[in-house]
Design a protein around this ligand. Structure first.
Ligand code: HEC
Length: 131
């Protein structure tokens, strides 16, 4: 008996359809994977890791007011030594971005990058606080 006219053609096309479905599921999960990597990179990139040695160099201009060891001698200029790193970074960014306003300090932080801010925060956080 000869095979029916359809038995040879339906099976491969079903197979093909199933294959296409698997392929599109695979490429969709691949796309999600790539997206997750990009989102993670952006999230990490948003908070650069501070380098305190670089921060020490960048703090030369800050020392005039905040003291060479982060301890201020003027009652209106805060000591920064030993302050929380994340808090310092947040405040410096807020001065830079004009959210927190301090006319005397703003010019010194106006052009800092996020990396500069992280370095400065790491540096001041590493210093011994006021006795
Ligand atoms: C001309 C003096 C001056 C210079 C230079 C200066 N600051 Fe300041 N800074 C101030 C004053 C004054 C305040 C307090 C502002 C206020 O009263 O809100 C302050 C506040 C801060 C604070 C917030 C502290 C807190 O406890 O909230 C941080 C952080 C800071 N400065 C970092 C820096 C860094 C980093 C630099 C150098 C890039 C710098 N400052 C340079 C005068 C200065």
């Amino acid at each position: 008996m000869r095979p029916g006219p359809t038995s040879g053609s339906i099976a491969p096309s079903l197979e093909e359809a199933a294959m296409r479905t698997r392929l599109s599921v695979l490429s969709a999960s691949g796309a999600i994977g790539v997206l997750l990597v990009v989102v993670a990179a952006v999230a990490i990139g948003a908070e650069p890791v501070g380098n305190k040695a670089d921060g020490a160099t960048k703090a030369a201009v800050c020392a005039a007011c905040h003291g060479p060891k982060g301890i201020s001698v003027n009652p209106l200029w805060p000591s920064l030594a030993g302050q929380q790193e994340a808090y310092l970074a947040k405040q410096i960014k807020e001065f830079r971005d004009g959210v927190r306003v301090e006319a005397t300090m703003q010019p010194f932080v106006a052009n800092l990058t996020d990396q500069d801010v992280a370095d400065l925060a790491a540096y001041y956080a590493s210093l011994s606080p006021c006795p």
